[in-house]
Structure formats: structure tokens, C-alpha cells
Design a binder for this molecule. Structure first.
Ligand SMILES: [Zn+2]
Length: 417
């Protein structure tokens, strides 16, 4: 790398970046003056301040490092701050998190839109009837009259919709098959992919980049309700139980054909579709009949223990069980108020592990991209419909690694277990 040219104190030399834009980019990337100084100016905070005041300019090399650190293209720093990023989906997050989206959220949203567009074209090419007629095994055919606008204009049909989804996904069987929250999340995602033809992306970072983690406080997940290539993205950083509930909640959004971006959706206070999705998720994961009967069976234990026990059976959080019990009038308002904060704090503490994606690289790539999507991209590449470069970009992997994988894999099944 070239050495930085000496700085001229009298008249600023260097790259004429726009101080206002630098300030905007730092705010957006949540990088402080000290952090930027450490990354690009040898720790000299006064130099960063001078850039922000416009009394000095960074060198060419420094500007490149600033752009990389703040995740903006170099030329952007030369002009006025860009217009705010407009979310391509309705924002249902809690008001306090609805600030300008972070670069990470922006990146995963744009990545998901790109995937959706490609997969839509891919599906249509293979089956031109998809989305045109009711496909017997597609998400477009839940019980007649239960979906779309009927949901809140006419009456609440979350129960019927959940019953339909629970039967279609065979959740009772899946629950018995697995022993941990993480395994349940995996089989639930797989069932939604295979039986409802919805892409499910489970990821805790941007693409496959461990240096760009997603913030669970910023968003829990989102849904893109395309009729041909519906897609659910779940942020798996943080609690596993929470991510399972998010997955069910986003499925609700797909069923009412609505794009959405959500923060932790477990509170039963929201209105309209949010309310529908929360009720749908609760009913799907903890069907009323089973819930009531188990609650009775555990009658001898105190409420807290019952919540923990039922959480283990239904693979939800203790808090979700408490809310469900309260909604079904199985506990009093006083008991609910008394226990709610305590249980919430406890489950938050307990559930910080979950990011463990360990194991096989390609298995992780498939889970992060949706297994269905992964398989489709590999198949299309083998068939010569996609270049290796485009395929690698769609899967966020290195092109050489992908080529090697496809080469080694000839004749074998594409998707890993
Ligand atoms: Zn929502």
C-alpha cells in the first residue's frame, strides 16, 4: 500500500469528502469517532474530528479504509448524504427500533429480494402454472374464506388457519420426533419449505460473513409474501424459542399475503394483522386442546414450573406459555402480572447461546439460504442456466469453493442433510 502523503495544515489537501455524509455514514454504521480513529487514523481522534468539521481531509488510502469500515461505496462519501433507505416491506417493529435500518438489515433485505426474484423466475420456468391456479400443495390454498382481508374485516380466523397449518405440517408428529428447540426449529422450517413451498432462511449474519452479525434487538424476522416465491427470513441470533415463534408469526404474514418486518412478536397487544399473526403463531405452536389438557395434568406444580415444563413440550419460551395460559383464562390477571417480568428476564438470560451453527459448511450454507433455494441454485448451475459467478453471488459464497463443490458432487444429490 502507498504511504499517506503529508497533510497540508494551511489548505486541506486530500479527498474532498462531505463532512455531513461522513457523519451520516458513522451514525448508520454505529461507529463512534474513537472507533473510526482506531480503524483508519492510527487512533488519532482529533484527526477524525477535523474531517467532521471540514478543516482537514483524509488521504486517498484513508478514504478507502473509511468507506470499508462504514460499509459505503467510496463515491458516496463525496456527495451529500443519500436519501433514507426505504424499507421494501411494512415495518411492524416496536416504535423504538424503527430508526434508520442498519447496514446489516439493509443487506439481508436486499439479498432476500434478490433471491426471491431469481427463485420466482426459476419456479415459473419449470412450472408456468404455479400461482395461476390453486396448487393443491401450495400455501395459496388454505381453507376457503379464511384468509386475506377477511382476517380482520370479518372476524378473527387465526384458529382455523392455525388448525389447517398444524395439520398440513403435521406438527404433533414433529414435536414427538425431536428433543431440542434447535432441532424443532430445523424440522419446522423444513416442513414449511416442503409442504407449503415457502423459502425459509435461518441466519444470524449477513450472508456467510461471521464479521457481520445481525442484531436481535433490531429485528426478529421478515416475510416476503410473493404468490410464487414466498420467503421467510428468521434472525437466529439470540433465543431459539423466540426464533421459533418468529418463524410461526412470519408464516401468518405469508398466509394473509402481506410483506412484513418484525421485532420480537410475542406480545399479545398488537392490532390488525399483527394480532392475527401472534394468535396464529400461539395456536399453531400450542394448540388449545393439547395445551389445556397438559396444563391440567401438571396441576400439582406451581405456575412457574408448569410454564417451564410446557415450554419444553411445545418448544416455545416459558413466557409464551405464560401468555398463552393467560389468554386461555387458565391463570388470573394477578398471577400473570406477578410472574411475567420474572419469567421474561429468566428466559432472556438463559437463551443467549443459540448461534451455534457449527458443523458442515455446506449444510450451514443451505440452512442460511433455505434448503430449497440452495438445491435450486445448484441444479440450475449444473444445467447451465446459471453461471458459477451468479450462483456464488446468490448463495453468498466464494466462486471457487462453489465450483469445487459442484465438481466433486457430480452425480450425487445436491442438498446436504
Ligand atoms: Zn408481524
Amino acid at each position: 500500500m502507498r504511504a499517506d502523503p503529508p497533510e497540508n495544515q494551511a489548505e486541506p489537501s486530500g479527498v474532498p469528502i462531505e463532512p455531513e455524509t461522513l457523519r451520516w455514514a458513522m451514525r448508520r454504521a454505529k461507529v463512534s469517532e474513537a472507533q473510526l480513529a482506531k480503524a483508519v487514523a492510527g487512533g488519532k481522534i482529533e484527526r477524525v474530528r477535523a474531517w467532521l468539521e471540514g478543516s482537514a481531509r483524509p488521504t486517498h488510502a484513508q478514504t478507502h479504509r473509511i468507506a470499508a469500515k462504514l460499509d459505503v461505496p467510496f463515491p458516496v462519501l463525496l456527495g451529500p448524504p443519500p436519501a433514507p433507505f426505504k424499507l421494501p416491506v411494512s415495518d411492524f417493529r416496536r416504535p423504538e427500533t424503527q430508526s434508520q435500518p442498519s447496514p446489516e438489515l439493509e443487506a439481508v433485505l436486499l439479498d432476500a429480494l434478490r433471491k426471491r426474484d431469481w427463485y420466482r423466475a426459476y419456479r415459473q420456468k419449470r412450472n408456468p402454472y404455479v400461482g395461476k391456479f390453486a396448487n393443491k400443495r401450495s400455501f395459496t390454498e388454505p381453507p376457503a374464506g379464511t384468509l386475506g382481508f377477511l382476517v380482520w374485516h370479518e372476524r378473527d380466523v387465526s384458529q382455523e388457519a392455525a388448525y389447517w397449518a398444524e395439520q398440513t405440517l403435521e406438527l404433533a408428529r414433529l414435536r414427538k420426533k425431536v428433543r431440542s428447540w434447535t432441532s424443532f426449529r430445523a424440522v419446522l422450517a423444513e416442513a414449511i419449505e416442503d409442504r407449503l413451498h415457502i423459502l425459509v432462511l435461518l441466519n444470524s449474519m449477513v450472508g456467510n460473513n461471521i464479521h457481520r452479525p445481525l442484531d436481535p434487538e433490531e429485528f426478529a424476522g421478515f416475510a416476503l409474501a410473493d404468490p410464487i416465491a414466498p420467503l421467510i427470513f428468521v434472525n437466529t441470533r439470540g433465543s431459539v424459542a423466540r426464533s421459533i415463534f418468529t418463524l410461526a408469526h412470519e408464516l401468518g404474514h405469508i398466509l394473509v399475503r402481506e410483506d412484513a418486518l418484525d421485532s420480537d412478536p410475542s406480545d399479545d397487544v398488537a392490532e390488525g394483522h399483527e394480532r392475527f399473526c401472534n394468535r396464529f403463531a400461539a395456536e399453531l405452536l400450542m394448540p388449545e386442546k393439547e395445551f389445556r389438557s397438559l396444563w391440567r395434568q401438571h396441576q400439582q406444580s406451581d405456575i412457574k414450573t408448569r410454564c417451564t415444563d410446557l415450554a419444553r413440550t411445545f418448544f416455545v419460551s416459558s413466557e409464551a406459555v405464560l401468555i398463552r395460559a393467560h389468554t386461555l383464562d387458565l391463570i388470573s390477571d394477578e398471577d400473570f402480572e406477578r410472574l411475567h417480568m420474572a419469567i421474561r428476564r429468566k428466559s432472556e438470560k438463559k437463551s443467549r447461546e443459540s448461534i451455534n451453527n457449527g458443523g458442515n459448511f455446506w449444510a450451514n450454507v443451505a440452512i442460511r439460504n433455505s434448503k430449497t433455494f440452495f438445491k435450486a441454485v445448484i441444479e440450475a448451475t449444473r444445467a447451465g442456466e446459471l453461471t458459477y459467478t451468479s450462483a456464488a453471488r446468490l448463495l453468498n459464497v466464494n466462486v471457487g469453493t462453489l465450483a469445487q463443490r459442484i465438481y466433486q458432487d457430480r452425480g450425487r444429490v445436491a442438498a446436504p442433510e
